[in-house]
Design a protein around this ligand. Sequence first.
Ligand code: ING
Length: 312
Amino acid sequence: MPPRKITVGAAQMGPISASDDRASVVKRLIEHLKHAKDRSCDLVVFPELTLTTFFPRNYYEDEAELEKYFEPSLPSPATQPLFDTAVELGIAFYLGYAEKVEEAGETHHYNTAVLVDKKGEIVQKYRKIHLPGHADHRPQFSVQHLEKRYFEKGNLGFPVTRAFGGIIGMCICNDRRWAETYRVMAMKGAEMIVLGYNTPTRPFWAEHDNPQSDFHNHLSMQAGAYQNCCWVVGTAKAGIEDGAGLIGGSAIIAPTGEIVAQCMTRDDELITAEADLELAREWKENLLNFENNREIEDYQIITQQAGITPPE
Ligand code: ING
């Protein structure tokens, strides 16, 4: 089969402080788009919650204080310049943000990402399903991880969409650590899965950094890519945000599981690759052919229970 190529960019963002306004962040995102244009990118992947600091690290007593981190619409006045520039340059993008939405007369809050096409239209929305951390305030820890408090579980499933001559899936951060995330989208035909992440160097259950943070980050995405014959693009918000560390390591991973491009800093850094969506065909059709090899009668437990039931 002739190659089907997408030139994709992972636009890693360095730290965003709680005191940084959206205009200054959007300016940095636009700089990324301009560099991506110079490298003929079709699609740029920005991080999770990329318009603000990673605010789930903080406990907010004051509701109004927390609400400041949510977008009541997208595009919003602050993000419109990003959409306008993307259309001008003819670049599609994935953007992670905190979504506030009124549905059936109720207000909901999600950790959301959208895929915006080259005409500036939102062609796919995803709301984060695997929300890590805790809902209760844990003052004994210097850093919180309150995604379970601030966001509802996503209600849009794991969608895939036809775009750029292929089929694109999306997820967000912690989703990448769960094998089911990639499998569901691959079973819907995903050939490239794009995601953003904010991964603290210090896990919310410990008062010490996790020395395997970078290894686990790449392991999760490389395994997902290889076992599902998908390209995986993971983009970090990185660096020290108001004293709290976030890993970098943004990467573009081929369906072979190999990292073809990786960020080397914890700052704003763009990496790009020419992704041939046909690269995995021989694997998809042979060794990892789902139709001929998956034994679903033996997998029932996976959807029948969440936890573990060991033998007596
Ligand atoms: N972040 C983390 C992630 O899965 C986490 C959750 C926190 C993992 C601390 C490890 C240590 O990458 C988000 N935002 O899901």
